[in-house]
Design a protein around this ligand. Structure first.
Ligand code: NI
Length: 136
């Protein structure tokens, strides 16, 4: 029997979508307003879901305090109020689309979880646009 526990989190960050190896025109055609050289911001919302067996001793799948600390260390401290392109090393050469951000978050958090736990990350870039990744 497996149970999923989830925690919501939030961070603000700026980004610009573009490829260094493309011309401005090609970037503009592909990424539109998101290619603004002066960057723009989003209020990102995140749901981290951890799935596993209930520990018979504690009754927990994962201690929420542990999950909260992993989110704080790996996501909030790393991304909140940052310029993703300029200040977050993972995006130095990786376009910070919602798709790429969710994979980076998944990989950072998964490495901190016990290996028997499954993880799914859902990342909202706007209220209506969201992406999810669970390692597949
Ligand atoms: Ni954007």
């Amino acid at each position: 029997m497996k149970v999923t526990v989830s925690r919501k989190a939030h961070f603000n960050a700026a980004h610009r979508l573009y490829r260094k190896d493309w011309s401005f025109e090609k970037n503009d055609e592909t990424f539109g307003k998101c290619n603004n050289p002066n960057f723009h911001g989003h209020n990102y919302e995140l749901i981290a879901s951890v799935t596993g067996e209930i520990d018979p001793e504690t009754g927990y799948v994962i201690d929420m305090k542990v999950l909260k600390d992993i989110i704080k260390n790996e996501v909030e401290d790393a991304f909140d109020h940052k310029n993703l392109n300029l200040e977050v090393p993972e995006f130095k050469d990786l376009n910070p689309t919602a798709e790429n951000i969710v994979v980076v978050i998944y990989n950072k958090m998964k490495s901190k979880l016990a290996s028997n736990l499954e993880l799914e990350i859902t990342l909202y870039e706007t209220l209506r646009n969201f992406v999810s990744y669970s390692g597949n």
